[in-house]
Design a protein around this ligand. Structure first.
Ligand SMILES: [Zn+2]
Length: 118
């Protein structure tokens, strides 16, 4: 009865879902010569950006879960700490304070997404 639609696993809740219910995120290298080692993870709603992608439900809980277990770095194969604030904004529609998201990181960086300047 026709091919089944493509499925991916949400890196937050780890459930499989058809790609139509998920959105893709990719890691983008920072600007050349940037001093920070933080890798920016951005939403790719058009699924066009090059590189390795990961899939998530458009749900703040899934983003929070993925952040907590550092699933972004693992899924996207990036060694550096990741900044997922763009993804969090994408799912929440508005900046939110990170309630329930522990910021403990065993790596060098203590900078957690503080770039709110207009
Ligand atoms: Zn999910």
């Amino acid at each position: 009865m026709g091919p089944s639609p493509p499925e991916r696993t949400c890196i937050g809740c780890r459930r499989r879902a058809v790609t139509a219910e998920l959105f893709r995120v990719v890691a983008t290298p920072g600007p050349a010569g940037a001093t920070s080692d933080v890798v920016l993870v951005v939403p790719d709603p058009r699924r066009r950006m090059p590189g390795r992608g990961a899939w998530l439900h458009p749900d703040p809980d899934c983003v929070a879960q993925a952040t907590r277990r550092r699933a972004f770095g693992r899924a996207l194969r990036v060694p550096a700490p990741v900044d997922v604030s763009a993804v969090a904004e994408h799912v929440s529609g508005a900046p939110r304070d990170d309630t329930g998201v522990p910021t403990e990181q065993d790596t060098t960086s203590g900078s957690t997404a503080g770039d709110d300047e207009q």
